[in-house]
Design a protein around this ligand. Structure first.
Ligand SMILES: O=C(O)CCC(=O)C(=O)O
Length: 273
């Protein structure tokens, strides 16, 4: 569970980090598994394949359901927890990919905002390799207008951007591999390019939702994570027992198509993810 000080930090600032989750040995083993999968099944983990890879890769499923992460999440959204999606965010060394300033709740259609996004550092992350940056306290304001930029190097689906945010108004979320950050649905956040020699890989669980959270734009599947789902708003997804099984891949494709319909609702065109 989070300490009172960590919970207070989340309430005041809209995020809390770093939270120790995996030991150095555990995260080294996780990293090796992901790297091996990326080598063997590269096409399934590239582009839109970075979405919902926990449906097809047991190592990511195990992270998503790790009780230490769920304990921290429970401290913020209560005991009845469902998980509705994940994304691998990978920035290779010396690449221009960045994430523009945005609020997760602006496009994802999850209401009310009793949910939280968890981001696990698979590599060490710092300002040089493009760690996330948070605009502290911005979760207290309502949702803001975003501009769809579809920028070539923008890793976000539609390059959605809250204009006029200055880098100096944000704080870097520096973490060692195996540490976790948790951020609020309305916090303005983003990340810069990787100008270092080190890869930056993170696994975002987007997001853990309370059972009382509905999807108001489209259709999603969820996995049960903890507690009871008395609301029964969503359809249930299974969990993978082996990597890249044909049935799991087919299901993941269906889930990603629905996710894409949600992300691009009202947009003029689609991006690369
Ligand atoms: O990995 C990143 O830099 C951004 C991730 C993000 O925006 C999120 O997890 O909500």
């Amino acid at each position: 569970m989070l300490t009172d000080a960590q919970k207070q930090h989340y309430d005041d600032h809209g995020f809390v980090a770093p939270i120790d989750i995996f030991t150095a040995n555990e995260i080294a083993s996780i990293r090796a598994d992901i790297e091996a999968a990326d080598e063997q099944y590269h096409d399934e983990l590239a582009g839109a394949g970075r979405n919902n890879a926990h449906y097809v890769l047991p190592v990511l499923d195990a992270i998503t359901h790790d009780s230490r992460i769920l304990d921290a999440v429970e401290s913020l959204i209560g005991r009845d927890i469902l998980v509705c999606g994940t994304t691998l965010f990978i920035k290779p060394p010396h690449t221009e990919g960045f994430v523009s300033w945005h609020q997760d709740a602006r496009y994802i259609g999850l209401e009310p905002h009793n949910w939280v996004t968890a981001w696990l550092a698979i590599d060490d992350v710092d300002e040089q390799n493009g760690c996330m940056r948070m605009v502290s306290g911005s979760h207290k304001a309502p949702l803001q207008d975003h501009v769809d930029t579809f920028g070539e190097d923008n890793i976000l689906t539609r390059g959605q951007t809250v204009p006029d945010i200055r880098m100096e108004d944000s704080v870097p979320v520096i973490m060692q591999a195996g540490q976790l950050s948790l951020h609020h649905p309305r916090i303005v956040h983003g990340s810069g390019p990787n100008h270092s020699d080190k890869r930056r890989m993170g696994f975002a669980i987007q997001s853990y939702i309370g059972a009382n959270v509905d999807q108001v734009i489209g259709k999603i599947w969820v996995q049960h994570a903890r507690g009871n789902d008395t609301y029964q708003y969503h359809q249930y997804a299974g969990r993978p027992s082996q990597p890249m099984q044909p049935d799991d891949l087919a299901f993941r494709q269906k889930a990603n198509d629905c996710l894409s319909d949600i992300f691009y609702a009202g947009a003029d065109k689609k991006g690369q993810f």
